[in-house]
Write a protein that binds this ligand. Structure first.
Ligand code: M7G
Length: 355
């Protein structure tokens, strides 16, 4: 069953401005038009806010602003899309800056059904015996598109979203130190968004739980991928306060108190806020992650979250047990993970003759 919680809770979900134009504006993403320099400056400011200046349009304490920073988005390519998942990843430009835009149709919510049936227009496509098919035109507010903007986007962001063939890589502890670590130190995506969260400079009103302890503390909040409209696709992340743990590979038994704390307090906070028991949660770390600052994913069991497959996700419960059995487990064991064809790290493994 779909659970819905307070308006105050889901009003805080938008970290990027969105268009009140909804679907029709989004459908025009490929349309190019000239813009004046004043308009361009305004859009650039908007893009910077979207990038990291961290206000979510609620400064006034009212409804989020509905500005259309995408009205001048020019598409250069569709990076990937899925008709089944109703999602499209686009590469293009906003006011001269490289941008990645993700458009995703949102699930139908149980609490909106009455309004949907009452206020929609229905057009018959075909009828045959007891079978009929219609097009239902819902009121715009029930037909939104979750829109994520990365701007200015780097080449690494563009690669992250481009559909690519993947290869499974085998990494020994030595491979990590000689191939992966040097690459990660040179090439990782910026962690500014993580520091903004830890320092309450961004998404502060979205935080579900905050443990300020510098050793075992963490911040738990909704993941960028979750629109918070229904618990069915719940997705939160717990970001460790310690800044020097890049990934699973850095963990040793000395981090057990931190991992226990995230595991137990994270689950308790989710039970309290969303009424979802631990038995309904998948709690895991990615290896390789995209962002090399320790964080833990909490997703609802049954929700097919991207990256929850066995080739990338490591259950936190297993991680804890492995470290209890062997304090250096993740520093010494061979780990397997998928890399995309155009990932620079894959190139390094090939150069080293490891693939
Ligand atoms: P990951 O395992 O490093 O990489 O997870 P992945 O993106 O390939 O899964 C990082 C997680 O942080 C992902 O689930 C992202 O959706 C999420 N995330 C990324 N950014 C830039 C943000 C952000 O600005 N805010 C929030 N709340 N989550 C983010």
């Amino acid at each position: 069953m779909t659970l819905i919680w307070s308006k105050a809770c889901f009003q805080t979900e938008t970290i990027f401005d969105r268009s009140s134009g909804g679907g029709s504006d989004m459908a025009n993403v490929a349309a190019k038009r000239e813009i004046s320099s004043a308009e361009s400056e305004e859009l650039s400011r908007e893009a910077k806010r979207a990038k990291g200046d961290n206000k979510n349009g609620e400064e006034s304490g009212n409804e989020p602003e509905w500005k259309n920073i995408l009205s001048t988005f020019t598409t250069s390519s569709v990076l990937s899309d899925s008709a089944r998942e109703k999602i499209m990843f686009l590469h293009g430009k906003i006011a001269g800056d490289e941008a990645v835009v993700v458009l995703e149709k949102t699930p139908i919510r149980e609490d909106s059904l009455a309004e949907l049936f009452k206020d929609s227009k229905l057009r018959l496509d075909m009828r045959n015996d007891i079978y009929s098919s219609y097009r239902l035109q819902a009121p715009p507010h029930l037909n939104e598109i979750k829109t994520t903007v990365v701007c200015p986007a780097t080449e690494k962001h563009v690669k992250k979203y481009r559909r690519q063939e993947s290869f499974l890589v085998e990494e020994t502890g030595d491979d990590y130190r000689s191939i992966t670590l040097p690459y990660v130190q040179q090439q990782s995506l910026s962690l500014q968004w993580v520091y903004n969260i830890l320092e309450k400079k961004a998404e502060a009103e979205r935080v579900v739980y905050d443990d300020p302890d510098p050793e075992v503390g963490f911040v738990l909040l909704p993941d960028l991928k979750w629109d918070q409209k229904q618990v069915d696709d719940l997705y939160l992340i717990a970001i460790a306060r310690q800044k020097d743990i890049k990934s699973l590979r850095d963990l040793s038994s000395e981090h057990l108190p931190l991992l226990h704390n995230i595991f137990h307090k994270g689950k308790a906070a989710i039970l309290e806020r969303y009424n979802l028991p631990a038995s309904k949660l998948r709690v895991y770390l990615h290896y390789q992650p995209s962002y090399y600052h320790l964080h833990v994913h909490f997703t609802k069991l049954g929700h097919d979250a991207p990256g929850c497959g066995v080739e990338r996700a490591h259950l936190l419960a297993d991680v804890i047990q492995n470290l209890q059995a062997d304090p250096q487990f993740y520093r010494t064991r061979t780990l397997w993970f998928p890399l995309r064809a155009d990932d620079g790290l894959l190139g390094r493994f090939k150069e080293a003759g490891r693939l």
